[in-house]
Design a protein around this ligand. Structure first.
Ligand code: HEC
Ligand code: HEC
Length: 338
């Protein structure tokens, strides 16, 4: 009921928008017809809302796959040419458990079948996007057929299987990673509700007033590595440190150091652990570990250049680098965090 209301409200808004647009731009355009809206409104949801009636067999799907999909995805869905393989990487135990073990245990390549948790996603995606060179060219029955064949290649259904709008729930219950979907709180989490009305307080908020907060769960913060080393390396505002436990001030600056060292070409002469023209960054860090005045001295040395401390080759002065960057790099190499 709730879903239906949302759809109705959405269509209403669409039509109302079209009407309003007509008032503003009379004589320009026309409201979309119901048939045009229906052609566009094809999403299939996880609970199968929007799924059209139809059916297709594994055999029909194989024929279709070989003609229209295999050129890019391989005859067994194994090809790595245009995209990671569609099939592979799942085991019978995964099917029993509903969670693909290798997703958690290793960083090996991931196939569609390993990740897929909702069959509606597969169905919807093929219908709207594949074949890549001819999207939306498949009939509804063809989408059922090719989906059935993909399930068959993944050894989830037998060769004489027919997939249709009624038994698709049973097929969902066989997906190896059906329990792999984790709810992820919205980034604009306003007391549990999305901020669709744009009423959230943005500044000078009264205590307790709904406000936008970024709410990556702690477990997901460093999924993409440490953002402080990747974002906004120039200027006073760094990317937030996303390595667990490192969010103390000071570490923020220091951890940006490794990216700065790459950016400013220090590694042309300093390996992280190996000598190149100059000493390795690690041995510099080790030599000055525990030396309270070292940071300030080394910042000055990097700026002005130095010689005689490590050998005969001098360290050239670094005149074009912002002071903050030099400080970050020195703090980082004294932190020994590499
Ligand atoms: C011309 C090459 C080509 C053909 C033909 C083709 N695909 Fe694809 N397919 C792709 C590419 C490229 C992607 C990745 C697209 C992207 O992510 O933007 C893809 C992605 C997919 C995915 C999603 C994989 C994932 O894990 O996200 C599925 C499923 C899929 N194709 C099925 C099919 C089916 C079924 C057919 C035949 C009806 C087909 N493809 C034909 C190139 C092709
Ligand atoms: C052209 C080569 C070269 C480049 C580029 C270079 N260095 Fe050096 N660096 C050296 C040499 C050689 C030494 C050893 C100097 C000495 O013996 O005192 C050195 C020494 C150092 C020292 C130790 C100084 C001391 O007194 O112990 C630090 C710190 C340092 N470099 C940081 C950097 C940083 C940061 C960068 C990038 C901005 C950088 N270096 C770029 C060649 C280089």
């Amino acid at each position: 009921m709730y879903k239906w209301n949302r759809r109705a409200a959405f269509l209403f808004a669409l039509l109302a928008g079209a009407a309003a647009a007509q008032n503003h731009y009379s004589g320009v355009g026309r409201p979309a017809t119901p048939a045009e809206i229906a052609a566009w409104d094809i999403d299939v949801r996880a609970d199968f809302t929007g799924l059209p009636k139809g059916s297709g067999t594994v055999a029909q799907g194989q024929d279709l796959w070989d003609r229209k999909c295999a050129s890019c995805h391989g005859f067994f869905g194994e090809s790595n040419e245009v995209f990671p393989p569609v099939i592979g990487g799942t085991k019978p135990e995964d099917v029993k458990r509903g969670r693909v073990a290798s997703l958690v245990e290793s960083n090996d390549q991931r196939t569609t079948m390993m990740k897929l948790s909702r069959i509606s996603t597969l169905w919807d995606y093929i219908r709207r996007a594949m074949p890549w060179n001819e999207p939306k060219s498949l009939s509804v029955d063809e989408v059922y057929a090719v989906t059935a064949y993909i399930l068959n290649m993944a050894e989830l259904v037998p060769a004489d299987y027919t997939l249709n709008d009624r038994n698709i729930r049973d097929a969902q219950a066989k997906l190896p990673n059906r329990d792999g979907l984790r709810p992820f709180p919205g980034l604009s989490d306003v007391r549990g509700k999305p901020d669709v009305k744009n009423t959230a307080c943005m500044k000078d908020c009264i205590k307790g007033e709904a406000r936008i907060v970024s709410s990556y769960p702690a477990s997901a913060r460093d999924t993409h590595g440490n953002l402080a080393e990747q974002n906004r390396l120039v200027g006073p505002v760094r990317g937030v440190v996303t390595i667990a436990g490192a969010a103390k001030s000071g570490t923020v600056v220091a951890s940006a150091g490794s990216a700065l060292v790459r950016k400013h070409g220090c590694q042309l002469c300093h390996g992280i652990t190996s000598r190149v023209v100059g000493p390795s960054l690690r041995e510099i860090g080790q030599r000055y570990a525990g030396d309270v005045g070292a940071a300030a001295r080394l910042v000055a040395t990097v700026r002005a250049g130095g010689s005689g401390n490590w050998g005969n080759i001098p360290m050239p002065p670094q005149l074009a680098i912002a002071q903050g960057d030099i400080e970050s790099m020195v703090l980082w190499l004294l932190s020994g965090a590499f």
